[in-house]
Design a protein around this ligand. Structure first.
Ligand code: FES
Length: 103
């Protein structure tokens, strides 16, 4: 059995699959992300983005600065639902819906 070097654990992507995608023409970070799903798992690339940039850099000859990073979507970090449900607590506004937040 061949060694599988997993690059993106969330999406179960190997280095070989990333290299294959680059060779098929997905040689920029956004295209590679959309084609493979890399960096779209629960960790949002925290566990794989740097590895993928390194592979892209080696295969294309571009510097990591030229490659850049994937577009970040909000929220960058997970936000517990109770914080979102609390509303604007710093502004002192209360929930104006009838019955408040509890019903
Ligand atoms: S390890 Fe790639 S998205 Fe989490």
């Amino acid at each position: 059995m061949r060694d599988r070097k997993v690059v993106c654990r969330c999406e179960d992507l190997t280095e070989e699959e990333i290299i294959h995608a680059i060779e098929e023409g997905h040689d920029d970070i956004e295209s590679l992300k959309r084609y493979t799903g890399a960096t779209t798992g629960p960790c949002q690339g925290k566990g794989c983005l740097m590895h993928i940039i390194k592979i892209l850099s080696q295969k294309t000859g571009k510097s990591p600065d030229e490659i850049g990073v994937t577009t970040q979507r909000q929220p960058v970090n997970p936000v517990p639902l109770y914080i979102l449900a609390a509303g604007d607590v710093e502004g002192g506004e209360e929930d104006s819906r009838e019955g408040g937040a509890d019903g």
